[in-house]
Each structure stands twice: as structure tokens, then as C-alpha cells.
Design a protein around this ligand. Structure first.
Ligand code: C2E
Ligand code: CA
Ligand code: CA
Length: 563
């Protein structure tokens, strides 16, 4: 199926131009002939004949309304009545505004006003209508989500757009509803319970939308998108939902969060409107109770801020606004802690916004793939730094760099890392890679393959944020790694909580079983340091020894060691 669709993407598509005026046929024909094979008809009847002959291969009809014999409306009517011909999108060519609405009601996909716009505009509309129609065909069969009977996301967007077209003045709200900790619920209470929960929510939404022209879909497992007429309040709906959960699944612990983009702005795309509702939804921090929030000025400013960061990343890289800081890792297994390696951590020194912390831009750039650019910059800087220290202090201080999830899927990864290392005259053994544990749980076979390749080249790989990704012991035993970096959360409270200390001991035991050293991150106090040392932790990274610092300051740490 995929293959057929792919092949179809490359064929030359056919467009039929129907107009009784020769000059109009010529203008339009010229414009679209650069991308499409063009057929011509002088009136509706001739058009219908051509359409029937090319029923299977025709991609679009550009249709004049006023013509002798059979006019545009007449032809539209015939097409709409025929299930086979109905799938061919029709763009109506018209000079009267009134005709636009009428032709949409007759089933036209779009219209192009006369006199004609710029050729690019016309081509873009032609292309878009064809794409929409093809997407529609491609996804038929998946109009509804099997489990809940709600729409799928592409269809929600499609019908949402249609709704906007027919009711442009109706005020609509875009909602995103999400179940808190759904993955955990699924895991702890079973899939069946999870499914029942999803169906309960879908029923509740259906009831809410009954008799209205609202639309809803389920996507990404536990998200529901709802597009409905504006409401002043959602309190009642949420409290009803809570009651339904208790009735249906007898569980009061299930909670949801709701993000609302009220009176959604129709001049932006429907996808963007739901992105905004989604922002409002993810901004809800509570995970144990039902909560809701609106897309507001604060979120709008955040959206603008994010857009600015995305816009400026290239310039910032060119003008060296990004700096790499280094945080030392000390080996504490001997009498005296000794400098073992460092972690490279990026900083953005923005000329107007000041120092931006990685927490503000890393997740953003991870979500759109831009992180790859940044990572490569850091990898190069780190390699050059190892070389500088080698020349200056005659000693190798291995540096670890963060490898993002998306890098793992990049077929060029191995090649690029080898090039970076060798162009600085280094051996892969002197370079460490940190890969976050949750990347392993996402797609373990792919990651194991990649990491194995890198290790056979000589790179050493540390599993970052260990304990946050729910790896099973079985899986861990199969993983090719050189060290575990314990998630900072575990260290945070070891001085005050026995339970947390026992967790840390457990992790150390797992590491002994795997025969790999443990690195504790986020160590801030003498007390934490001693507890970890006594428990048998190997390496420590944290403010207790040093914050991440620029290279000049790191030089001082190296010098102190030499004394
Ligand atoms: P991470 O990889 O877990 O890095 C450790 C974070 O802990 C760093 O935050 C570090 O400054 C901080 N930290 C170190 N010692 C202590 C301590 O004693 N107490 C506390 N509270 N924090 C400590 P930072 O630099 O803000 O980086 C945050 C995250 O951003 C990193 O978490 C990493 O996931 C990401 N990141 C930073 N630089 C890069 C990069 O170049 N590439 C990628 N992909 N991610 C990066
Ligand atoms: Ca890290
Ligand atoms: Ca970490």
C-alpha cells in the first residue's frame, strides 16, 4: 500500500481546465502545465466526457461557472451525485463573491477569483487541493479511531477546516484533554483498564457534543482533541467527568488535565490552534488531581519567545553566542578525590535576553530536531578542548557530551563522531558519550545496535539519568554501556530520607551486577558526598566539587590537582 502511494507521488498528475473562453483556458493552462498534464474542455458536457474517460487518473478540475450547454453548477451536481467522481476536487473560477459560497455548497473544494491572481498563488491552491484530496483518500479507512469511535487527528483537522469554511463567524474553542500518568495506569492496572478509561472519556465527550456541530478525536494514545462552540466555563464538564470515572471504572484516583484555547483565532491554521490548546494542557503541572487552564497571554509570550529562539539559533551559532561549560567528575574510590573526566554542558549567552539556561531551549530544540545542530557544535568544541588540555597540561581529560535521542537515529552519527575525534588528533577512548536512559526504553533494538557500533569504535558510553526510564533488569543486562549516571532525583534527599538512600544502594547493587561504575550527579553537600562514598559510589559530579564552569576556570581545577 505504502509503495503504491509512494509511486503515485511521482506520476505526472492530470488537471482539467473547463472554460468557454479560449483566452482563459490558455492562461490557466500555461500556469499549471509546468507541473501537470493539462486537458481542456469548452463546456460542461465536453468536460463530463473527458472526466469519464479519465476517471481514475484525473487529479483536479478547474471549473468556470458560466458556460453554454451544461454550466458549472450543473456539472458539480452531476459529480457530487456520483461516488466515483465525487473524489475529484474541483476549484471554481469565478468573479462573483456570491458564487463562492454557493459553489462550496455544491461541493467545490476551493475557488480562484477572476481576474486571476499571481501564477504562484494559483499553483499553490491547485497543489493544496490535490494534496488534501489525496490525503483524504490515503487515510480513508482510518477516519475513526477503532477503540473509541472518535475521529482520528487528520480527520478532525479536515472537518474542522470545513466547519470554519462554512461557519466563519462562529466562535469556537480548541480543547486538548489528557489523562495524567496514563502510561503508568496502563502498566499498573493493565491495558484493559486503560482501554475502558479511554472509552469512558470518549463517551463523555460524545455526550457533550451530542446535537452540536462539535468534533472530537483521540490521538497519541491518551490525548483527546475537541473542537466545539465557545463556552464560558468548563468546570461542570470536568466535575461530571470525574463522576463518570468513578461510575465506570470505580477509581477516584484517575485525573485529567484540560487545555483550552478559547475563541480560537481562525486566521491561524487549525493545527496551530490545537498546538496552543496543547501548550495550555502541558502547562498544567498537577499530576494527581484534575486541572484545567487557558491559553493566555503568558503562554502566548512563551510561544513568541520560543519562536524567537528558533529563529535566532543559526545567527547565535555563527556569532558564537553559545558557550560550552565543563563540569568536573571526580573519582572518589581512593583516599583523595581525583579528577576523572568532565561533562560538556551548553550555555546560551544571548546579547539581549542574557544567559538562557539549557532548560529553556534544550526541550524546545529537541521537539523540532534543531538540537542536532547544537549537539554537533558542542561535540566539536569538546573535542577541541580535550586537545587543548592535552597540549597544555600533557594529560588527557576525557569529556562526555550529551547525545540526544534524535541523534541515535541519524545514520551519519558514527561517521561524524569519528571525524570530530580524529580531526582533533584524539582517540575515541578519550571521548565519552552520554545517552539518556529513556532513549533506551523507546526503541531498544535500534539503540543497542548503534551503541554497540560506537563502542566497537572505542567510544565509551554512559547511561544518563539512570532510574528515570523504567528499564527492566533483563534489559539492562543486555545493554552495552560503560557507566551508569544515576538520576539526580535519587541523590537529592539521601541525607534525609532512608527510602531514597536505599534506592541509591539498590542502584549501586545493580551496577555491581552489571560490572559498571556509577556516577552520582547533583551532589551538593559534604553529607551527600560521604553517604555516597561509604555506599561504594565510584564517581561524583555536582556543585559540591564545582558548578559547570568555562574552560579558563576549569584550567584552575586542573592546576589545583597538579599541586
Ligand atoms: P543533564 O545531562 O542531566 O546534566 C546535568 C545537569 O545538572 C546540568 O544542568 C548541571 O548543571 C546540573 N547540575 C550539576 N551539578 C548539580 C548539582 O549539584 N545540583 C543541581 N541542582 N544541579 C546540578 P544544565 O547544565 O542546566 O543542563 C540541563 C540539561 O540540559 C542537561 O541535563 C542535559 O539534558 C541538557 N543539556 C545541557 N547541555 C546539553 C547539550 O550540549 N546537548 C544536549 N543534547 N543536552 C544538553
Ligand atoms: Ca548529561
Ligand atoms: Ca543527567
Amino acid at each position: 500500500m505504502q509503495e503504491i502511494l509512494r509511486r503515485e507521488k511521482n506520476i505526472q498528475r492530470k488537471v482539467l481546465v473547463v472554460d468557454d473562453e479560449l483566452v482563459n483556458r490558455q492562461i490557466l493552462g500555461n500556469i499549471v502545465s509546468c507541473d501537470y498534464t493539462v486537458l481542456y474542455a469548452e463546456d460542461g458536457e465536453q468536460a463530463l466526457e473527458l472526466i469519464r474517460q479519465n476517471e481514475k487518473t484525473l487529479s483536479l478540475i478547474l471549473l468556470d461557472l458560466l458556460m453554454p450547454r451544461l454550466d458549472g453548477y450543473g456539472l458539480l451536481e452531476i459529480l457530487q451525485a456520483d461516488p466515483e467522481l465525487k473524489r475529484i476536487p474541483v476549484i471554481v473560477l469565478t468573479s462573483e463573491r456570491d458564487a463562492e459560497v454557493k459553489s462550496l455548497q455544491y461541493g467545490a473544494a476551493d475557488f480562484i477569483p477572476k481576474p486571476y491572481d499571481l501564477p504562484e498563488v494559483i499553483l499553490a491552491r491547485v497543489r493544496r487541493s490535490i494534496e488534501l484530496a489525496e490525503d483524504h483518500i490515503m487515510i480513508t479507512g482510518a477516519e475513526k479511531d477503532e477503540l473509541t469511535g472518535l475521529y482520528t487527528k487528520p480527520f478532525l483537522f479536515h472537518y474542522g477546516r470545513q466547519h470554519d469554511r462554512f461557519c466563519p463567524d462562529m466562535q469556537m474553542d480548541a480543547l486538548v484533554l489528557n489523562i495524567n500518568r496514563f502510561h503508568l495506569i496502563n502498566e499498573l492496572q493493565g491495558r484493559q483498564f486503560g482501554d475502558k478509561l479511554l472509552k469512558t472519556i470518549a463517551d463523555h465527550i460524545n455526550e457533550l457534543l451530542k446535537g452540536t456541530d462539535g468534533l472530537a478525536c483521540r490521538c497519541d494514545a491518551d490525548s483527546f482533541y475537541i473542537y466545539l462552540a465557545h463556552r464560558e466555563s468548563y468546570e461542570d464538564i470536568l466535575s461530571d467527568a470525574a463522576k463518570k470515572f468513578v461510575e465506570a471504572v470505580g477509581n477516584t484516583k484517575v485525573s485529567i488535565r484540560l487545555g483550552i484555547y478559547p475563541n480560537a483565532n481562525k486566521s491561524i491554521s487549525i493545527e496551530q490552534r490545537f498546538d496552543r490548546a496543547n501548550m495550555a494542557c502541558t502547562a498544567q503541572r498537577a499530576v494527581f488531581q484534575t486541572s484545567y487552564g487557558y491559553y493566555d497571554d503568558e503562554l502566548h509570550n512563551k510561544e513568541l519567545y520560543n519562536a524567537r529562539l528558533i529563529n535566532e539559533i543559526d545567527e547565535a551559532l555563527e556569532t558564537r553566542q553559545f558557550k560550552v561549560f565543563y563540569q568536573p567528575k571526580y573519582n572518589i574510590t581512593g583516599d583523595k578525590p581525583c579528577l576523572a573526566s568532565a561533562e560538556a554542558l551548553i550555555r546560551w549567552q544571548h546579547p539581549e535576553l542574557g544567559m538562557i539556561s539549557p532548560g529553556a531551549f534544550i526541550p524546545l530544540f529537541e521537539s523540532n530536531g534543531l538540537i542536532q545542530k547544537l549537539d554537533r557544535f558542542v561535540w566539536r568544541e569538546a573535542a577541541a578542548q580535550i586537545k587543548t588540555w592535552k597540549d597544555r597540561f600533557d594529560r588527557v581529560i576525557p569529556v562526555s557530551v550529551n547525545v540526544s535521542r534524535i541523534d541515535i537515529y541519524d545514520p551519519e552519527l558514527e561517521h561524524e563522531l569519528l571525524e570530530i575525534v580524529s580531526s582533533n588528533g584524539l582517540k575515541p577512548e578519550e571521548y565519552l558519550l552520554e545517552v539518556t536512559e529513556s532513549a533506551y526504553t523507546d526503541n531498544s533494538s535500534q539503540i543497542i545496535e548503534t551503541v554497540e557500533k560506537l563502542r566497537s569504535d572505542g567510544f565509551r558510553v554512559e547511561m544518563d539519568d539512570f532510574g528515570s526510564g523504567y528499564s527492566s533488569l533483563n534489559m539492562l543486562a543486555a545493554l552495552p554501556i560503560d557507566a551508569l549516571k544515576m538520576d539526580m532525583r535519587f541523590v537529592k534527599n539521601i541525607a534525609t530520607s532512608d527510602k531514597d538512600m536505599r534506592m541509591v544502594e539498590l542502584i549501586l547493587e545493580i551496577a555491581r551486577y552489571l560490572k559498571v561504575p556509577v556516577i552520582a550527579e547533583g551532589v551538593e553537600s559534604q553529607e551527600q558526598y560521604e553517604l555516597l562514598k561509604n555506599a561504594g559510589c565510584d564517581i561524583i559530579q555536582g556543585y559540591y566539587f564545582s558548578h559547570p564552569v568555562p574552560p579558563e576556570e576549569f584550567n584552575e581545577l586542573i592546576r589545583q590537582e597538579e599541586e
